[in-house]
Design a protein around this ligand. Structure first.
Ligand code: PLP
Length: 480
């Protein structure tokens, strides 16, 4: 069996190295041919087993030719990174050991303590022992953080929400902006807060939550008998990469009589703090009660890997621990198990791929790559501004560039036609195969947004992206 593993493993590494090397020369993404899609969808349950070397060959023929596209230097869609090769090997080694990182005295558990500390150090967040854990992604990190926020608020109101449930609580309200990621709403719904109790505070022209509007909304809600418990700031919104005024939001929370919990969503953008130009905009991030990160985004750790960091580790343990107190006493002073700080019990060995990714690049390499992405994004913003047929829709704050096709002069389109063309633009660019962007709506405008996460992207790639957008836009402008 292990000799089968050894020879198939060698084949697999060759196959994957060829795959990774070959990515830049191929289409970023192509729709799957009907037959190839059908072969995957309709595959019957195999009755008999197959040799591993044959399986590797099958993967090379039926799976690897049809990637999502992230990995290619001209993939600018959503927030999906190319995998760091070190992380790919880390994932393989982690699977070979296959522990449950719930807790105990084995390498994976200790490594997770270390990489969580490293992640906190990278983004400049305080890290008390036990103050965080790896999660499946930022959505899960947000559920964990908001669970702790809800339970702290409940405790201050004298309610044991773990025992009595949310029915025992007065209406708790949280504050977000229209640019806040949907995972916050999902978490609020799951935790029994209700999305109606997430108040959407106005943003300024740059898409940042307006602290003055927050203060007046808080006054109004207090007067109406509601209990404010949470403010969510974004350290890099998904639409434009905008960073809220985190220091101002921290002030509001710290001064509140209710002890409002300040959560920062840094899933996409927190690592942008490593770019010296962008760094000052992150001031105040370190004052949050909790921070959600996604090493599987900008750091390129292979999916899945999110991380939640908190100032007060006991808030997490108090929310999630289900180990009877008499067991905890046996080892007084210890941090206990990771499974006491979050939702998962059996937990995958995520830390090895994080460790490998960070160790291979070093802090210096990570800073270089992040700064390069931010520089490329600023360049792309300038190129968009220089292009008469394109309109930049938001200042470039981190590594996301939001813009739309808007032909000038005699080819100018009505606002209605602009909306139609731009709504179809991202998919039209994707289908041409040379670059991949995704769409969004900004201040009512249909738009495309390019997210730069890949340090292998070149300025030529940026030019190709814009040429593709212009060509697709022109074709749509005449077709529609
Ligand atoms: C991706 C993202 C999320 C959700 O994270 P997942 O890892 O997909 O669960 C939340 N917030 C922001 C800003 C994001 O970019």
């Amino acid at each position: 069996m292990t000799s089968d593993f050894r020879s198939a493993g060698h084949d697999a590494v060759e196959l994957l190295a060829d795959y990774l090397d070959g990515l830049p020369a191929r289409s970023v993404w192509t729709p799957m041919p009907e037959a190839a899609r059908g072969a995957l969808l309709d595959a019957p349950l195999p009755e008999r087993g197959t040799e591993l070397t044959t399986l590797v060959k099958t993967v090379g023929e039926t799976v690897l030719p049809y990637p999502m596209g992230n990995g290619h230097p001209r993939f600018f869609g959503w927030v999906n990174a190319a995998p760091a090769p070190a992380g790919v090997l880390g994932a393989l080694a982690g699977a070979a050991m296959n522990p449950s990182s719930a807790g105990g005295d084995h390498a994976d558990v200790h490594l997770e303590r270390t990489v969580v500390r490293w992640l906190a150090e990278l983004v400049g967040f305080p890290h008390p022992p036990g103050g965080g854990l790896l999660t499946s992604g930022a959505s899960m990190a947000t559920i964990v953080a908001l669970g702790a926020a809800r339970n702290r608020a409940a405790a201050r109101l004298g309610v044991d929400v773990r025992q009595d449930g949310v029915a025992a609580l007065p209406p708790l309200v949280g504050y977000v902006s229209a640019e806040t990621h949907s995972c916050v709403r999902k978490a609020a719904e799951l935790l029994g807060i209700g999305s109606r109790n997430l108040k959407v505070v106005a943003t300024d022209a740059e898409g940042r939550l307006d602290p003055a509007a927050l203060r007046s909304q808080l006054d109004a809600d207090r007067a109406a008998g509601l209990v404010p418990f949470l403010v969510v700031g974004s350290a890099g919104t998904v639409n434009t990469g905008a960073i809220d005024d985190l220091a101002a939001l921290a002030d509001v929370c710290e001064r509140s009589a209710e002890g409002i919990w300040f959560h920062v969503d840094g899933a996409y953008g927190a690592f942008g703090r490593l770019d010296p130009v962008s760094a000052p905009r992150y001031a105040g991030l370190e004052r949050a009660d909790s921070l959600a990160l996604d090493p599987h985004k900008w750091l390129g750790v292979p999916v899945d890997c999110g991380c939640v960091l908190v100032r007060d580790a006991e808030q997490l343990r108090g929310t999630f621990s289900l180990v009877p107190a008499y067991l905890r006493d046996e080892d007084a002073g210890s941090l206990g198990w990771f499974s006491e700080y979050g939702i998962e019990q059996t937990r995958p060995f995520r830390s090895l791929k994080v460790w490998a990714t960070i160790a291979a690049a070093g802090r210096e390499g990570i800073v270089r790559d992040i700064s390069r992405c931010c520089t490329l994004a600023r360049t792309l913003g300038q190129l968009v501004e220089q292009e008469p047929d394109l309109e930049l829709l938001a200042p470039v704050e981190t590594s996301i560039v939001a813009f739309r096709y808007r032909p000038a002069g005699e080819r100018a389109l009505s606002e209605e036609r602009l909306q139609q063309v731009n709504a179809a633009l991202a998919v039209a660019v994707q289908q041409r195969g040379r670059a991949f962007v995704t769409g969004t709506v900004l201040a009512g405008h249909e738009a495309v947004r390019a997210c730069l996460l890949n340090a292998a992207t070149t300025e030529d790639d940026l030019r190709i992206l814009l040429d593709e957008v212009l060509a697709a836009g022109a074709a749509l402008g005449t077709e529609l």
